[in-house]
Write a protein that binds this ligand. Structure first.
Ligand SMILES: [Zn+2]
Length: 245
């Protein structure tokens, strides 16, 4: 099986959760593409492998793959096989923006650039979160943080981390922050970020990130700006150390 960001065991494990439900198959595969479990441009698992691991009929799997292709998530090349689409999310759904910003969309920031920006920008969200986020939104943030405990693969941990940080931006109630957060989430689906994450992943490191996430939530819930900002800053400097300055 060629490297596509997920190994045979991960694939088997992921597809075992389909439980013979064909709608769920499409949902799980689409989610795996969108969260970056399958790297952009990499070879997509074969119809045969998917049928084998899910127990679904080949024609059922073929239907699901056709729908993913129609959604622009995968691309089929006759004679070469099926690949994960390399188009950014927005372009897949049909972009209505034709402005100059498009020229930047195809370019992926490096992991170092991403973390450098995030370590300055995310701590600055804390006062807005403390002042504007509702108790329900902070409960949701806690829920997202706790979900990370159950993550059993590198990409599930990456997806949990991305969802946690995206929510920090969203609950500021500031539309600029929201859009930046959304953009950063997209950027984390880029190949350079995911490849680095996959290659260097360790559950030990994830365990300490997980603890930091939970501490951040605790301080945000007690509306303690200084404590939350300090832990978030430390968290991001650990991430920065991982990327390697
Ligand atoms: Zn994190």
């Amino acid at each position: 099986m060629p490297a596509n960001g997920t190994n045979e065991n991960d694939l088997q494990e992921m597809l075992a959760t389909v439980h013979g439900d064909k709608q769920r198959l499409e949902l799980i595969l689409a989610e795996a593409i969108q969260t970056g479990a399958f790297l952009q441009g990499s070879r997509f698992p074969t119809e045969r492998a998917i049928a084998e691991y899910t127990g679904l009929a080949r024609n059922t799997v073929r239907d699901a793959l056709s729908r993913l292709a129609n959604r622009g998530l995968i691309v089929r090349h006759v004679g070469r096989g099926t690949f994960v689409s390399t188009l950014p999310q927005r372009q897949r759904k049909g972009s209505d923006r034709s402005d100059d910003a498009n020229q930047w969309r195809g370019q992926q920031p490096s992991p170092r650039e991403l973390v450098e920006f995030r370590s300055e920008c995310e701590p600055a969200l804390v006062p807005m979160i403390v002042m504007n986020a509702s108790d329900d939104e902070l409960d949701e943030l806690e829920h997202l943080a706790l979900k990370g405990r159950a993550a059993a693969t590198w990409w599930a941990c990456e997806a949990a981390d991305a969802a946690f940080h995206a929510h920090l931006f969203a609950v500021t109630h500031n539309s600029v922050c929201f859009f930046i957060g959304d953009w950063l989430t997209q950027a984390r689906r880029g190949q350079s970020w995911l490849a680095l994450k996959q290659q260097t992943f360790s559950f030990q490191r994830w365990g300490s990130y997980q603890e930091e996430h939970e501490t951040i939530v605790r301080h945000l819930k007690s509306r303690d700006i200084n404590a939350a900002r300090k832990v978030l800053r430390n968290h991001l400097s650990h991430v920065q150390g991982w990327v390697g300055g």
